[in-house]
Design a protein around this ligand. Sequence first.
Ligand SMILES: [Zn+2]
Length: 187
Amino acid sequence: MSGSRKKHLQVYFERGSQFHGHLSPGLAIGIFMVDLAQDILGPRELVDTVVETKLCLPDAAQIMTPCTYGNGWMTVKDWGKFALTLYDKEKLDGVRVYLDMEKAKNYPHLYQWYLRLDQVKTEEVLSEIMEAERAIFSWEKVRVKLPPKEKGLVSICPSCGEAHPASDGELCPRCGGKDDYYQVITL
Ligand SMILES: [Zn+2]
């Protein structure tokens, strides 16, 4: 990494490894990505984030910006795309940075790892990421159009008695058979 950027980002690599559990290639790419987006956007009063994958990238944004999944300043799109947008919350203009596969081709281990073409060693991928820094990204200026965050009505599910958004209908998603992830174990 170049001297000053390395120093500036080192704290995030350390914090990120702790928060994420380890320094994954995705987290490392994410740290460079957020840093680039912040540089292009410049200082703004309030900045919100959209990440386009649930993997790794949300953690980079969470350690480098005040936006977290839980505070609602970060929108997580489950598109499986390695891209993010930082935008001005008031003016809605922003910058979208994405992993450019044409540029990533210059880093064969990274390219193979990302496209799952071959088994590659994580260390080799990481060392290419550290060498590449921003050279694997492209970016564009964007205007963000997200639906306003509304706090809707809350209903009590007649089946389980738990509260849930009324927009789901009378029954909660689980009792209504829309979604499920657990079975209660009777002791
Ligand atoms: Zn229910």
